[in-house]
Design a protein around this ligand. Structure first.
Ligand code: GUN
Ligand code: ZN
Length: 449
């Protein structure tokens, strides 16, 4: 059996990932081979080195050996982040959602007409999230087509897997110039999609992005649903984040039975749709998510920071709705998925404090949400999310005791305990290397322009 694949890199050590059936699977002294296309060619046992090196035609001396207290985990998937809002992350969290949008968000987003400003912010957010271990990001940009294309270019240049959305909004906006007509929004969305696809970036795709129902007329929602359908594209938006917003949607769309029904009516709920928040969805609405294959992005930092609500993840999982985690920068103040992991656990624990019968999430389950769950929520799980043969090698090399990092006492060397320590206490200093599609993207090699 001659190999048809050519092996580029082989790694030996501990690999930790989620599978369909196990939230945390630990492979100790494993060997993983990456082919020249960046795909996982094999994963086997260290003691099979000789056999694997013959079968796949690589030299045993070329194997990279992980150190003690190091492990590989899949790169994390941020299923909801506003790249443009990174410019004010960590500030302006003193108002509820609708006032917050009008007071802080729209004025800042309107500045992305300026491509120099956009380039500066977008470069920072792509670098920061990559360094934090986000190998896949699902981005909202702004309404500006050229700046949104620039975000796609920057993600591609730094080697991040990304869905990029040019935001669409044709009503209810405090900022006079930060709004489109529905015709502009439709035409510019088509231009954005065509130009982004034309670049043929291997890891960057467009996502149809109605901001949320209150920002869009029914006419625009319908047009965007049709564009997504005709081009088999991803869709992202917000849903049921805050009670005032839910009330407003009822007023704006009196003919619809529910918030979910508004999106469903305009063909915006598909198996490539991800909706952020969903704190106030009824069981019936969750059933509609499940039936259409649409997913939810749980953004716990934002939900708490804007006092929006608390998503009951257990209930979402019980309804078998696909679920990932999102930072929702800058409603969420942190651009780290490790923070999203911690806030998701906190939220679940608060629900248990309120109701002792609530079935608290485990850190293993939240690890899955940050990796495989996110890839499923974005319908990218055929390409990323875990270390299955045939998927791209999107991975973090974690050193639990990296110099300068905030973990210094190891009392138990069990890899699961090391993972738990990293998830609860670690930061970017523990993430010593980041790989996307086999390529080493952190530490950075600056793109040449
Ligand atoms: N709903 C509509 N737009 C936004 C936004 O930018 N952030 C959040 N958190 N919710 C929204
Ligand atoms: Zn958001």
């Amino acid at each position: 059996d001659r190999p048809t694949t050519v092996i580029a890199d082989v790694y030996r050590g501990t690999f930790i990932h989620s599978t369909q059936t196990t939230a945390v699977q630990i492979l100790e002294d494993a060997l993983l081979g990456v082919d020249t296309q960046g795909k996982i060619a094999f994963i086997g046992k260290g003691k099979e080195l000789d056999k694997l090196s013959q079968t796949f035609g690589f030299s045993p001396s070329a194997v990279t050996q992980l150190k003690q207290y190091e492990f590989f985990m899949p790169g994390m998937v941020d299923t909801h982040i506003h790249a443009s809002q990174y410019s004010y992350a960590g500030t302006a969290l003193d108002m509820p959602l609708l006032q917050w949008l009008n007071t802080y968000t729209f004025p800042v987003e309107s500045r992305f007409k300026d491509l120099e400003f956009a380039k500066r912010v977008y470069t920072h957010v792509v670098k920061r999230t990559l360094r934090n271990g986000t190998t896949t990001a699902c981005y909202f940009a702004t309404i500006h087509t050229d700046a949104s294309l620039l975000l796609g270019q920057i993600a591609n240049d730094f080697g991040q897997r990304a869905l990029v959305g040019k935001v669409c909004m044709d009503r209810n906006n405090s900022v006079k110039h930060y709004k489109e007509t529905s015709q502009e929004s439709q035409e510019e969305t088509c231009r954005f999609i065509a130009e982004l696809l034309n670049k043929k970036y291997p890891l960057v795709k467009p996502v149809v992005t109605p901001r949320f129902a209150p920002s869009c007329t029914g006419a625009l929602l319908g047009q965007l649903g049709a564009i997504a359908k005709n081009n088999h594209l991803h869709i992202q938006s917000h849903i049921s984040e805050n009670t005032e917003e839910v009330k407003l949607v009822k007023e704006l769309f009196p003919e619809s039975e529910s918030y979910t029904d508004v999106y469903h009516k305009y063909n915006l709920l598909t198996d490539k749709t991800v909706m952020a928040h969903g704190c106030y969805l009824s069981d019936k609405e969750l059933d509609l998510f499940r039936e259409t294959g649409a997913s939810l992005s749980h953004c716990p930092n934002s939900n708490i920071s804007l006092c929006s609500g608390m998503l009951n993840i257990r209930n979402v999982l019980n309804h078998k709705v696909k679920l990932g985690l999102g930072t929702d920068v800058a409603g969420g103040y942190s651009a780290s998925m490790l923070d999203a992991v911690r806030r998701a656990l906190d939220t679940s624990k608060v629900l248990t404090i309120q109701d002792p019968d609530h079935d608290t999430l485990t850190f293993e389950e939240v690890f899955r949400l940050a990796t495989l769950g996110g890839s499923q929520a974005l319908s990218l799980d055929d390409q990323t999310g875990n270390f299955e043969v045939g998927k791209d090698f999107d991975a973090l090399r974690v050193d639990v005791v990296a110099p300068g990092a905030p973990i210094d006492l190891i009392q138990n060397e069990d890899p699961k305990i090391l993972l738990e320590k990293f998830l609860n206490l670690g930061d970017d200093r523990n993430i010593v290397e980041v790989f996307v599609a086999g390529r080493n993207v952190v530490p950075f090699t600056e793109p040449t322009d």
